[in-house]
Write a protein that binds this ligand. Structure first.
Ligand SMILES: [Zn+2]
Length: 238
């Protein structure tokens, strides 16, 4: 696992060279954003201990795809009773089958969900809504990749934890579903690209100072990088 300090408050952990999770420092504990694929719990916990002797008190999920919730059950078991938080809408996709609810609301694009929803045995303790503050992280609804996808803005340092709403593989900011040809995976797993584009426009209103995403390196820069990506995405839609 590769570990990279990204600000005074956070580290990026990269597994298999391609999937990221983030360890965010709060005053007395850590919040882990996403959990990567299965098999990561021990390494992630050991890495957190090496950074500071405070517990991982919260597991926060951007969405329910298997490469983001893969180590959730093992982490929850190893950490005792951490808080587990996910968006209220996305929580329907978190359980394993048959409890998993893949239905769409009438207000949503009636397209088939894409990507792997492996499901977890761990139940969330907190269901998040757009606009609320969870620790130091502002919750921003960013549907499109999945119907209940959330991004999180750390208001202390301007880091946008964008999950799979944004892809930075290759070092450039892309709206998911409009990414580079050599990294098709997140795009192929995207439920509804026009909704993802609309969400990117909302995200571009935030005081972003860096991008920390599910797939790709950290990119330093402001909302103008996302506005560029939106322009490129719109050109592709035409
Ligand atoms: Zn995903």
């Amino acid at each position: 696992m590769k570990i990279h300090a990204i600000s005074e408050y956070a580290h990026q952990f990269t597994r298999l060279g391609l999937v990221n999770c983030y360890l965010v420092r709060e005053s007395d504990s850590f919040t882990l954003i996403d959990t990567t694929v299965p098999g990561g719990a021990k390494t992630i916990i050991a890495a957190a201990r090496a950074i500071a002797q405070v517990p991982i008190a919260r597991l926060l999920l951007t969405h329910a795809h298997g490469d983001h919730i893969g180590s959730l059950d093992a982490l929850a078991a190893a950490l005792g009773q951490p808080q587990v938080a996910i968006g209220k809408r996305e929580a329907r996709l978190l359980p394993k089958k048959p409890a998993q609810d893949r239905s769409l609301d009438s207000s949503e694009a009636q397209c088939k969900l894409k990507g792997g929803f492996s499901g977890a045995a761990t139940a969330p303790t907190h269901l998040l809504s757009d606009g609320e503050l969870y620790g130091s992280l502002r919750v921003v609804a960013s549907p499109g990749h999945t119907p209940g996808h959330l991004a999180f803005l750390d208001e202390r340092d301007g880091t946008l934890y964008a999950g799979d709403a944004v892809v930075t593989v290759g070092g450039t900011v892309h709206v998911v579903g409009f990414g580079p040809w050599y990294f098709p995976f997140a795009g192929m797993a995207t439920w509804h690209r026009p909704t993802a584009l609309a969400s990117a426009k909302r995200l571009a209103e935030l005081p972003i100072r860096r991008y920390a995403v599910g797939h790709g390196r950290i990119v330093e820069g402001g909302p103008e990088l996302l506005r560029d990506a939106i322009r490129r995405a719109e050109a592709k839609l035409r």
